[in-house]
Design a protein around this ligand. Structure first.
Ligand SMILES: [Zn+2]
Length: 167
């Protein structure tokens, strides 16, 4: 996915949130506690309130949880880290995102790299399409075809849901 394609697809917070929502609840919202499907927005659009009164969020348990930065910034960071053919550096990420702090960029890079590493099958339930060859590498046929990075982004985002294993 070219950068302009990426920025069009993820131009707003809503687009980023909807994308995560689709990844997390492809069959529609399911409460992690009571498994009911009923939910509605509460204040912040990221939150859903389920039947049992539990509040959850499309970013709960992910590397985005408790972030003060926008999802759009996170998506951009992930896109950039996963498309650097010679490896991503904290300095590079800092420059791309315009962060003032090297420490913040380093922390983000660490979190994103953690999400890129296979955290183990037990934590990957529900993410059936994960395929090692897409992560930072070439596809089976050796081509970096159109859509390859799109898949990488999707897989890394999927993995972010399992990063802390608290779903
Ligand atoms: Zn519930």
């Amino acid at each position: 996915m070219a950068f302009d394609e990426f920025t069009t697809k993820f131009a707003t917070e809503e687009q980023c949130r909807d994308y995560l929502y689709q990844l997390r609840w492809p069959e529609g919202f399911v409460c992690p506690k009571c498994e009911h499907g009923k939910a509605w927005n509460v204040g912040d659009v990221l939150f859903e309130r389920a039947n049992c009164g539990r509040q959850t969020s499309v970013i709960a348990g992910t590397i985005f949880q408790d972030t003060r930065k926008s999802l759009k910034t996170w998506f951009t960071a992930i896109w950039w880290v996963t498309t650097q053919k010679t490896g991503a550096s904290a300095v590079g990420l800092k420059n791309v995102l315009g962060f003032g702090s090297y420490q913040t960029a380093w922390t983000w890079l660490h979190k994103i790299r953690t999400a890129m590493v296979n955290p183990g099958r037990s934590k990957l339930k529900g993410v059936m399409e994960v395929d090692e060859c897409y992560i930072g590498g070439e596809e089976n046929d050796g081509k970096r075809g159109r859509g390859t990075e799109n898949k990488t982004l999707r897989i890394v985002l999927s993995r972010t849901f399992f990063w802390v294993g608290k779903l």
